[in-house]
Each structure stands twice: as C-alpha cells, then as structure tokens.
Write a protein that binds this ligand. Structure first.
Ligand code: NAD
Ligand code: LMR
Length: 338
C-alpha cells in the first residue's frame, strides 16, 4: 500500500518523458523466468531503467547468481533474487508490473503452438500466484504461444475474481521492432524515426504489420510490401533457425520487453500519450483478444485504438488470420477451464 501512495504523491513530478529531476514514484517490477535466455538480458535492461525502484528476479533455479550480478550495477533499483515456488509470493508482493518470460522456447521445425503443452501449465501457475499476491499489477506476458497464454491468464484471473482487462498484455513489441527494422532497410530511411503498427496476434500469419500506415511514407512496390510482411511474420522462425536448436530470440526480445515494460511504467506514472501495440482484450474485431495500438495510462489500458485504414492486402491478411487466432484463443480458454 505504501508503494502506491508514494506513487500517487510522486506522479505530479514526472516529466513528459518519464525522467525527472524530482524523485520518481517507487515502482516494483518482477521478472518471472529471470534466469532464462530472455530473463537475464531483460533483468539487466530493467536494472538500467530509472523508473524502477525495486527489481524482483524470480525463477525456479539460477536467480541468486543473476540477482547478485545485476545488483552490483550502480543504478536506482534494489535487486532481490527469489528461487523456487516457495519464494514466488515474496517475489510478487507489491509488484506494479510483472513481466513473464518463463517457459520453453522453440527449436527448428516447431510452431509456437507446439510449446503449449509445457508453457500453458507454467503460465496458469504463475497467473494463479499473481491473482493472490499482486492482483493489481500490470502483467506483461511474453511466454509463448502468446495467442493462448494471454487467454489462459485472463481465465485464471476471472476465476480468482481479480480479472481487470486493462491490466493484462500480450507482449507483441518484438513484431513492431522487427517491422520497423525491416521497413527502414527497404525504405532507406533512418530507423529511429520509423513507426509501423502491427496488429492481430503473435504467431505466423496472425502477425499483421500495417505497412500502409508506416511513417515516414515510402512508396514501396506491392511485392516489397509482401516480402516485408512475410519477413515480419517469420522473424521469430528466422532466429530459431539461425540459432539451430539453441532457442529463439532472446536479446531482441529482451530489448522489446524492456521497451514495453517502460511504456507501462510511464503510463502508470501519468506520462501522457504513451501508445504501444499489444495483444489485449478487444472489441476491435469479433475476436475477444486482438493486438492493436493501445494507449497506456494510470490503470493500464486507457484506450484500445482501432485499426485505421487498411490496404486491400492488409484487409485480406486480417480476414485470413481470424480462424487461427480464434482457435488459439479458445485453446487457451479451454485449458484454463479444464
Ligand atoms: P529459456 O529456456 O532460456 O528461459 C526460460 C526460463 O523460464 C528458464 O530460466 C526456466 O527456468 C524458467 N522457468 C521455467 N518454468 C518456470 C516457472 N514455473 N516459473 C518461473 N520460471 C520458470 O527460454 P527463453 O528463450 O527465455 O524464452 C522464454 C519464453 O519466451 C518462451 O516461451 C519463448 O517462446 C517466449 N518468447 C516470446 C517472445 C515474444 O515475442 N512474445 C519472443 C521470444 C521468446
Ligand atoms: C519470436 O517472435 O521471436 C518469439 O515468439 C519466439 C519464437 O518462437 O519465434
């Protein structure tokens, strides 16, 4: 409770960018799966974030070492490592943001859905603990298949009576990061000024980059747009194949996860106009969850933004992704209610 009252007191001092000369609010961030391929660099990046005052690193093994290492960095947050299920409650208590990169990654030849059997159970257990120890935290779900793990968490929270659709996010930021990088390369523009919304979900054709809305504008040929779309949809597979059995994207994902968590913290701190794409409960389409731009605020999702005008190619992409996304969502819901 004291964390939250300190947050309210400090909020008026936050500058637009979320960095201020005055003290910023106290914020606890918990990383679940902190000793993993994503978890370690993500913990490092969260340790570098001045908006974090308390960094809680949880995993079933390996967190004492990661926490000791990261804790020596001379930045604001206090770092504590928690190891094993019996320490999960302490890891979560008082958390404002919980980031979840726990679970197994793909190997070549696998789809994200092939991870369902192992990761669904992990996510269900972690969501159950969140509903008990930090029911008001913003949850950033990285564990795959995101199209199913987010609905699983939602169902767990509903059963516990703690569900708030404004506080649950599937992290699709890596799709946006990739779309920006690939677009900048083809459009020959500086990547740091590029914006590309990516909507739908986070697997194969459910990832739908909207290059017709990309800025700065570049009149790219249709075949280039098609190739950029396919590369964005298969960006994860490109990394899985290059790593040849040693896992999937970890470093670019840690970057993307840190970016999204930072946006959540800025929203919580009252920074205006924080907009990111995320897979959230949605009425943008007939599907109950959908990734689109969302405005982040003091309670999480302030507003789910619409799709905007789509090209014919994007409209077709939207129609073709709905079947797969619907069944992945239903698979998650059914699992949680088993
Ligand atoms: P990894 O195997 O390197 O690390 C996973 C970590 O999770 C391990 O340290 C493991 O001990 C931990 N873990 C397992 N069960 C746990 C539990 N019950 N509680 C807490 N921690 C637990 O895998 P990784 O490369 O870090 O990937 C993690 C997940 O993130 C995978 O499911 C992967 O598919 C997904 N991922 C998602 C995106 C995205 O864009 N959303 C991008 C990349 C990877
Ligand atoms: C990604 O997009 O890199 C992740 O979802 C990991 C994967 O399995 O591709």
């Amino acid at each position: 409770r004291s964390l939250h009252s300190a947050a309210t007191r400090g909020a008026s001092h936050i500058s637009r960018r979320g960095y201020a000369s005055e003290p910023v609010p106290e914020r606890k961030v918990a990383v679940l799966g902190a000793a993993g391929g994503i978890g370690q660099p993500l913990s490092l990046l969260m340790k570098l974030n001045p908006l974090v005052s308390s960094l809680s690193l949880y995993d079933i093994a390996g967190t004492p070492g990661v926490a000791a290492d990261v804790s020596h960095i001379n930045t604001r947050s206090k770092v504590v490592g928690y190891q094993g299920e019996e320490e999960l409650g302490k890891a979560l208590e008082g958390a404002d943001v919980v980031i979840i990169p726990a679970g197994v990654p793909r190997k070549p030849g696998m789809t994200r859905d092939d991870l369902f059997n192992i990761n669904a159970g992990i996510v269900k257990a972690l969501a159950t603990a969140i509903s008990k120890y930090c029911p008001h935290a913003l949850v950033n779900m990285i564990s795959n298949p995101v199209n199913s793990t987010v609905p699983i968490a939602a169902e767990v929270f509903k059963k516990a009576g703690t569900y708030d659709e404004k506080r649950l996010f599937g992290v699709t930021t890596l799709d946006v990061v990739r779309a920006k990088t690939f677009y900048a390369g083809k459009a020959n523009v500086p990547v740091d000024g590029v914006h590309v919304p990516v909507v739908g979900g986070h697997a194969g054709i459910t990832i739908l980059p909207l290059f017709s809305q990309a800025t700065p504008k570049a009149n790219l040929d249709d075949d280039i747009i098609k190739a950029l779309t396919k590369r964005t949809q298969e960006g994860g597979t490109e990394v899985v194949e290059a790593k040849a059995g040693k896992g999937s994207a970890t470093l670019s994902m840690a970057y993307a996860g840190a970016l999204f968590a930072d946006a959540c913290l800025k929203g919580l701190n009252g920074v205006p106009d924080v907009v990111e794409c995320s897979f959230v409960q949605s009425t943008v389409t007939e599907l109950p969850f959908f990734a689109s731009k969302v405005r982040l605020g003091k309670n999480g999702v302030e507003e789910v933004l619409g799709l905007g005008p789509l090209s014919d190619f994007e409209q077709q992409g939207l129609e073709s992704l709905k079947g797969e996304l619907k069944s992945s969502i239903e698979k998650g819901i059914n699992f949680a209610n088993k």
